[in-house]
Design a protein around this ligand. Structure first.
Ligand code: AMP
Ligand code: ZN
Length: 435
């Protein structure tokens, strides 16, 4: 079902006219109310009234995470503080937390957008949603919560933690939808088996997974283990939280960006040049309706591409491909660019190992060393040394062929890599400490 047919299936021409009107409006608001933007626009020699077409977007200054930090905590807010009804802060995985504020209308729009997303995934009013995204400063929990209520489904605010209890709740309540990070979904499944249960036998039918990168291979793994439709949801706190983009269950091939509320573009992360449709590059988003902290050309650092081909589901909003990696997550190993997702694809396709892994990078004698910790599955663990050796060789060969770098493979015992209730930690780069 399409939650908001008018907006989600708007013909492109009409949609672009709406985007232009809203773009001029948001620029006027930040230019008048946020010192940082007045200065940036003046420096770029542009005023909001100079914006005559969407093409003028590329003349506007970028906003970076650092700008939020420099204006910590409220410097980029565009409305008086009494109009802010909610504060969230990003997880701060890559530095000091960034703070965002929402007006009543922002919270309302967000709920609408999340309701659209759940609907896109195939969730209906009769569904029971087990929400294992963390409640708190992190946007995941409350974002999904408000969206579920807006849709009229039943939400179970489980939040993160107490994994065994979560399994019991899901079983007892008959939850039909799971919202969590993809890595936590796998952890839940593993724990359910320890408890003598199987998530396959539960009422679950849909998973809405996001907040961290995952691969197509991981999707297949989760779908077959949990016997559900696993769909991808994307968001970031600076722009709103979860629900910036969502994959439709009909096509399952990329996430529709809520284009009436945000204007996406793809740039070359090095030169900052805007790239033509279809190119792979860094996603940049301008918020079109946000009041609390509107952002102009925010550099997400997420690497993807945009697909404007009409979707089978009938929605006209552009689709972004699965996030390939983050420009600041890209590892350079002896000059070769390596994304953790490439290694994940190989691991998940390999038999005898679990989908839990960790990548450790270090420097020995001025040379980059790549080590991949791969967890054996219970079956793999009982194999003979010879079998294990050949497994490790196969993984090493795969990485060499696929990525062109030599990795040391360390097979570790089942369940020895730390599990996370939120975003999994996939990369440990010791070179930064050594430098
Ligand atoms: P936060 O603001 O703390 O919620 O983190 C947002 C970041 O999480 C994004 O910029 C992405 O790097 C990552 N992220 C969120 N959703 C996804 C997704 N579906 N796939 C890959 N990465 C994601
Ligand atoms: Zn679609």
């Amino acid at each position: 079902m399409i939650y908001d047919v008018d907006k989600e299936t708007m013909p492109r021409e009409e949609l672009e006219a709406l985007q232009l009107k809203r773009l001029v409006n948001v620029c006027q608001r930040v230019y008048a109310n946020v010192k940082h933007y007045t200065k940036k626009f003046d420096e770029a020699g542009i005023t909001p009234l100079d914006i005559k077409s969407l093409d003028d977007l590329k003349r506007l200054p970028f906003t970076e995470k650092q700008d939020l930090r420099d204006n910590f905590p409220y410097g980029l807010f565009a409305v008086p503080k009494e109009n802010i009804v909610r504060i969230h802060a990003s997880s701060g995985t890559t530095g000091k937390a960034t703070v965002v504020g929402y007006t009543k209308r922002d919270v309302d729009n967000w709920a609408d957008m999340m309701a659209r997303c759940l609907s896109m995934a195939g969730v209906e009013r009769r569904d029971l949603i087990h929400n294992a995204y963390g409640y708190g400063l992190f946007t995941g929990g409350l974002g999904a919560h408000y969206g579920a209520e807006r849709l009229g489904a039943t939400i179970i605010p489980a939040s993160g933690g107490a994994t065994r209890r979560q399994i019991q709740l899901m079983k007892d309540f008959g939850s039909t939808v799971l919202c969590s990070t993809p890595s936590y979904a796998l952890y839940l499944n593993e724990t359910s088996q320890e408890m003598g249960m199987d998530m396959k036998d539960m009422a679950l039918r849909i998973g809405v997974f996001g907040a961290e990168p995952w691969t197509e291979e991981m999707r297949q793994e989760i779908e077959s283990k949990l016997n559900i439709d696993a769909l991808n949801i994307y968001g970031l706190s600076e722009i709103m939280g979860p629900g910036v983009a969502m994959e439709c269950a009909v096509a399952k091939s990329g996430m529709h960006i809520q284009e009436d509320h945000m204007l996406p573009e793809i740039i070359d992360p090095v030169t900052g040049e805007q790239l033509p449709p279809g190119s792979v590059g860094e996603l940049v988003i301008t918020t079109l309706t946000k009041e609390g902290i509107p952002l102009i050309r925010y550099r997400t650092r997420d690497i993807t591409s945009l697909d404007y081909v009409p979707c089978a589901c009938g929605r006209t909003h552009v689709k972004m491909q699965r996030i390939f990696g983050r420009s600041d997550d890209m590892l350079i190993i002896r000059g070769v660019n390596v994304f953790p997702s490439q290694i994940e694809s190989l691991i998940v396709e390999t038999e005898g190992v679990s989908p839990h892994y960790q990548i450790v990078v270090s420097r020995e004698n001025n040379l980059d060393m790549l080590e991949v910790l791969v967890e054996l599955s219970e079956e793999g663990f009982s194999d003979e040394v010879r079998t294990l050796q050949s497994l490790s060789n196969r993984l090493q060969k795969g990485i060499k062929e696929f990525l062109g770098v030599t990795a040391k493979i360390r097979l570790v015992e089942p369940k020895s890599i730390a599990r996370s209730e939120g975003k999994a930690i996939r990369v440990i780069d010791n070179r930064k400490k050594q430098a």
